[in-house]
Each structure stands twice: as structure tokens, then as C-alpha cells.
Design a protein around this ligand. Structure first.
Ligand SMILES: [Ca+2]
Length: 641
């Protein structure tokens, strides 16, 4: 049901949420308060601080100025009305215009993996519930087909090429925690925007926007420098080494013992050296130097044989402290959920922003034992269903805290499923439904079309499906609109406020064009139902529908095809982009190509040169890698079991 207008907000549902602000309901009664029984009058007065103050003033004057009692009673009456109305309007404007915001982003989740987007074998009842209770966007497009740039666009409302969160090389994401690259600090994130509006802000889960610049603990790219008040999660991203198979547990145990040996030897060497210097012990210096050399060799052995991401990148932090290095990936999700529920509880009075950034469903798919084997789609399906269960607990907590109708919930994925993620010939990545391609492909729909669900009961219609092109970049200006913030005026914001479209005030997307990038290389332009491809990846081996020989498709060079004239598709008739149009099959063929070319030329003129964070700055340095302990023995587990 679609609901508009202030009065509708007082219907049973939304109103039920205001129980923690009792003076809302008492305010209309104040003007007749003098006719109420004394006990009830008192309880009503006490429910509003401003009314209580005015009442106290009246009482004081009545006692000390009895001759003026009749006029004072009148004054009291008026003051109750005034303060109560003021209290009501202030509280209304604060709570209604500033909903709590819960943004939930899945990692590498394919649009075809969800029941509400057509999957009938994976069970995702809680995602589907969001679709039933909110608005479902069927043409929700990410600004990039890889993690880091897509998330930058979500955070800033801008194409990643404007912030420099792009690459002209093969790698297109932050490569490790040892690189100085990161989201430039002059970018304004949605967290910073909401924080200025009085929101408490948290990100729980994956960050993947850099960490250090000059030393292993300067944390120049920590979420705290981008408007977030609280952080728990992975500063990096899951990678294959993060969830070692059981045989690695033995290896981990050996490393711990080596570290213990080194510490004991160091104590021995120090004791010998001090004893020798003080004359208590008579040992040759050569023995002491031999022990020191042995320690150095052990350290070098440990360091050089374990440069794996498991130690250096698979770690968890709470605020600025490393809590697990290496992390126990299969339990990270449950701790994240606990952290999120705790944040909601702490800040239930709102307004708050919670960005819950799932580690699910990225490889290597660490899954709790309870979910192993529950789905019909192997480990990937198990991981999706675990994610959905976690989402359900998050939504239940919002309900239980009475925040359902004052909280805007958004769910999406950072890009399409990873088709090349396989074990042997078994598919381990997501499914992008009828759409061609997947993660890493800048132009094909499968890489960039993602789920988009938004629920805000009483303000957004339930069960509405919108088939207009929208973007993850739209979240930034949309949140600005709902929180009363103004988007930065000194830069181009590419996103558009979605509220008019979501609420049904307009029927058409404000996006006349969308530009689909692969790194710094523009691959395609979207224009209404048309899609114009200038560059497409070469699938390998021949006949395949993805880039299996290179794990990810390339953006430029010999492994792409440059199209002149470009390929043109009509997504409304051919959503799978299977049959390019020609001059013979489409009367508007030339017009579409020319209009897209003109739009692209205008877009390119709007770009300013910036350092490419994911190119030259994406160089690994061991000195920037965070360490929980004494370098290079960076091991710790502060969560315990
Ligand atoms: Ca991702």
C-alpha cells in the first residue's frame, strides 16, 4: 500500500514506534489539561520536559503571587499549549525526518541467487521478506564490477573514476593491507554526511578501502577518517587463504611453537649477555652471537615462508585494535552479527547509520558448521542461506527494538556473482540469472546488475517493483534527502535522490545515461532501454561464457574486443544481451549510437584528473602491514573461543 502525507504517519503501525517518546501522544491533551483529574494531569506534565518546566514556573508564581491566580491559570494554560506544541513539532521533525539507516551489502552475491529475483532452489526468506515489505528495484546497477570501486561509489555517490578508486592495470581492487592506496580523504562519504546530521555511524564487516599510508599503524584510511564512529570487521577482504583447510591448522600450530621458541631463546640470549657483562657467567661471546643468529634465522624462516595473506591480510579489528590475526573466518559472521545487534541496542534512540557489510558470499565461503550441507547448491548455497539467516536476525532485532517503522533498510550486493570461481569444474561463485557475464566484467549486465531492496514502512510502498534504471550511487543523495543533509556542492554527484521514484511521485528514473566502466576504461553506456558496448571481454576458452583462463576478465589489451561501430542492445526486449541490433533490425540504431557518443563526450569533459589509487599506489610493502604482536610474529586472538 502506498502512503503519503504527514497524517498517514500516525496510523497504527508507525505510531506504535514512538512509544519511547511518550510526550508525542500527551501533547494534544495539554490544552485541556486543567479539566483532567490531578493525578492524570501530573503524569501528562511529567512526560514532557518543557511542559514540566512551564508547569513548575506556574506553580511557583501561583504560590508567591496569589492575587493574580486567575490570570496565572490562563497563562499556565497558554504556556502548556505553546511548549507542548513546540515539543511535538520539534520531536516530529527530528524523528520523522531522520530515520535510522541500515545499509546491508552482500559481497559477490549474484542477482539470480535470491528468491525474490527468481531463484526457486536457494532459500532466502528474509531477503524475500524485504522485497515484500518494501520496494524492489529490478534494474539496480553498480558503478563497477569489482569490490573496492563499487563500494567507493556507494559511499560517495560518485563514479569511482572521479575519486581515483580505479586502475589502468589488471588488478582493480585494493590488493592487500600493505598498500598505501585508499579512498582519498577529501571524498565525502554518506557516513560523514549523516554524522553531520547527528547520526551515530558504524560499519561492521568488510571495509576494503585501504588502511595505512606511511607506517603499519597510522590507520590513515581507517573508517574513522570517513565519518564512521564505530568499526568492527575486516579492514581488507576475504581471500582464498583466509579459510584454510584443516591441514593448515597443523601449520598454524607449528608457527605458534616457533614463536614460543624464539621468545625463549631471546630470553636466554639476553640472560647470557647480561650475565657475561656483569661477570656472573663465563660464556664465550660466540655462543651468545650464535643464539642471536639462530633467532634471526628462525624469524626469517617464519617471515619468508609465510607471506601468505592468511597472516597479513586475514585479520579482524575492533575500532583501532586487531582482535584476531589470523582470523577464524568461519566464526567472523557470528561476531559481526553480535556487534551489529549490540550497536542497534546501544543506539536505539537514534538516529543511527549501520552499514552492515557482509563477508558473505565471497570466496572462500567460510561457513559455520550448522550451515554446511543445508542447501541444494553446495558450499556457495550454504553460505547464501547462512547470510540470509543472519539478515533475518538483524531484521528481527530492528523489530524487537521497536524500530521497524523508523528505520530505512537497504539491501544490495557490490556487483555480480563471480562466474570464474570454481573448484575443478564445480561452480563456487554466484549466479546472475538471465544476465550475461559476472564479476569483473564492466559492461555486461551480469557484472553490474545487483539486487536492490529498500524498506521503510509507512514511507515507502510495500511490495512495489520498480523497473527503472537506478544505481548504488543513488543511495548517497537519497540518504541526504531523508536526513535533511545537503550533498557537497563543490563536486559532481552522479547519484540521484531515489525518494520520488520510490514513493511513486515520479515514474521515470532521473538517470538519462549510466556509464559502465571496467577500471579506467569505459566499456558501455546505458541510455533508457538501450545499451551501447564499445568494449567487451574475450571469453576464454573459446565458447565459454566467462574468462576461465584468467580468473577475471581483462579491461583492455589483447583480451578485449573493441567494437566500432559499437554493439547495441535493447534491454527491454533482450535483457540477456544475446542479439546485437543492426541498422536493419532497429530504426533508431544510428540515433542511439550518436546520442550515447554525445553523452559520453559530455561525461568525459566533466572528469578531472586524479591519482589512480588502484594503480601506482597499489604496491605492497611489508612495512605497512598491520601487526598484532612483535613484528614479524603477528599472531593474536583477543576474542578467545
Ligand atoms: Ca565483491
Amino acid at each position: 500500500m502506498e502512503v503519503h502525507g504527514l497524517s498517514s504517519r500516525f496510523q497504527a503501525g508507525p505510531f506504535a514506534n514512538f512509544r519511547s517518546r511518550a510526550h508525542f501522544s500527551t501533547a494534544p491533551f495539554f490544552c485541556s489539561i486543567l479539566s483532567l483529574p490531578p493525578s492524570l494531569s501530573l503524569s501528562l506534565l511529567l512526560s514532557s520536559p518543557s511542559s514540566f518546566l512551564s508547569f513548575s514556573l506556574c506553580l511557583f508564581l501561583s504560590i508567591f503571587l496569589p492575587p493574580f491566580l486567575p490570570s496565572l491559570l490562563h497563562f499556565c494554560h497558554l504556556s502548556f499549549c505553546f511548549f507542548s506544541s513546540l515539543s511535538l513539532s520539534l520531536s516530529l521533525s527530528l524523528s520523522l525526518s531522520k530515520p535510522n539507516i541500515v545499509l546491508i551489502i552482500a559481497d559477490d552475491l549474484g542477482i539470480g541467487d535470491l528468491g525474490c529475483y527468481g531463484n526457486d532452489t536457494l532459500r532466502t526468506p528474509h531477503v524475500d521478506r524485504l522485497a515484500r515489505e518494501g520496494v524492489q528495484l529490478t534494474q539496480h546497477i553498480s558503478a563497477a564490477s569489482m569490490c573496492t570501486p563499487s563500494r567507493s561509489a556507494l559511499l560517495t555517490g560518485r563514479y569511482p573514476i572521479r575519486s581515483g578508486m580505479v586502475s589502468d592495470r589488471i588488478s582493480r581492487v585494493i590488493l592487500s593491507l600493505g598498500v598505501p592506496a585508499g579512498l582519498p580523504l577529501n571524498e565525502t562519504t554518506l557516513a560523514a554526511l549523516l554524522k553531520q546530521q547527528g547520526y551515530r555511524t558504524a560499519i561492521i564487516g568488510k571495509w576494503h578501502h585501504g588502511l595505512n599510508c606511511h607506517s603499519r599503524s597510522d590507520h590513515c584510511h581507517h573508517p574513522y577518517n570517513y565519518g564512521f564512529d564505530y568499526f568492527y570487521g575486516m579492514p581488507f577482504t576475504l581471500t582464498a587463504p583466509c579459510w584454510p583447510d584443516p591441514s593448515r591448522q597443523t601449520e598454524l600450530a607449528i608457527e605458534s611453537k616457533i614463536w614460543l621458541c624464539v621468545q625463549l631463546l631471546a630470553v636466554a640470549a639476553l640472560t647470557l649477555a647480561l650475565g657475561k657483562l656483569s661477570g656472573w657467567i663465563s660464556v664465550p661471546w660466540s655462543l651468545i652471537l650464535s643464539v642471536v643468529l639462530f633467532i634471526w634465522l628462525l624469524g626469517y624462516f617464519w617471515f619468508s615462508s609465510h607471506r601468505s595473506a592468511l597472516y597479513w591480510d586475514c585479520l579482524l579489528m575492533r575500532e583501532h585494535s586487531i582482535t584476531e590475526q589470523p582470523m577464524k573466518a568461519e566464526r567472523a559472521g557470528s561476531i559481526m552479527l553480535k556487534e551489529a545487534l549490540s550497536f542497534l541496542e546501544r543506539h536505539r534512540e537514534g538516529p543511527f547509520l549501520l552499514l552492515f557489510s557482509f563477508l558473505h558470499v565471497h570466496m572462500p565461503l567460510p561457513t559455520a558448521d550448522a550451515f554446511l550441507g543445508v542447501s541444494k547448491h553446495g558450499l556457495y548455497g550454504d553460505n547464501v542461506e547462512e547470510m540470509d539467516t543472519m539478515l533475518g536476525k538483524l531484521l528481527d532485532a530492528i523489530d524487537d527494538l521497536g524500530l521497524r517503522n523508523t528505520t530505512l533498510v537497504y539491501f544490495t550486493s557490490d556487483h555480480g556473482g563471480h562466474l570464474e570461481s570454481r573448484r575443478g569444474h564445480a561452480q563456487l561463485g554466484g549466479w546472475n540469472g538471465i544476465y550475461k557475464g559476472g564479476k569483473g566484467m564492466g559492461g555486461w549486465e551480469g557484472g553490474i546488475r545487483v539486487p536492490g531492496l529498500m524498506r521503510w514502512p509507512g514511507r515507502l510502498p510495500a511490495g512495489k517493483v520498480i523497473e527503472e534504471p537506478t544505481s548504488l550511487m543513488d543511495i548517497f543523495p537519497t540518504l541526504a534527502a531523508v536526513s535533511g543533509a545537503t550533498v557537497p556542492q563543490d563536486r559532481i554527484i552522479d547519484g540521484r535522490n531515489l525518494l520520488p521514484l520510490l514513493q511513486g511521485d515520479v515514474q521515470r528514473s532521473e538517470h538519462e545515461f549510466l556509464f559502465h566502466y571496467c577500471g579506467v576504461f569505459l566499456h558501455a553506456v546505458r541510455q533508457a532501454v538501450w545499451k551501447v558496448h564499445y568494449v567487451t571481454p574475450v571469453f576464454q576458452p573459446p565458447g565459454a561464457q566467462a574468462c576461465y583462463e584468467t580468473s577475471y576478465c581483462r579491461c583492455s589489451g589483447e583480451l578485449v574486443t573493441y567494437h566500432n561501430p559499437p554493439l547495441v542492445f535493447d534491454l527491454s526486449r533482450d535483457p540477456s544481451e544475446s542479439t546485437p541490433l543492426t541498422r536493419d533490425t532497429e530504426p533508431l540504431y544510428d540515433v542511439v549510437i550518436q546520442t550515447a557518443a554525445d553523452a559520453l563526450a559530455r561525461h568525459r569533459r566533466s572528469l578531472a584528473p586524479v591519482p589512480l589509487q588502484l594503480s601506482e599506489l597499489n604496491q605492497d610493502s611489508v612495512w605497512l602491514k598491520p601487526c598484532c604482536g612483535v613484528f614479524p610474529f603477528c599472531l593474536c586472538d583477543k576474542e578467545g573461543d
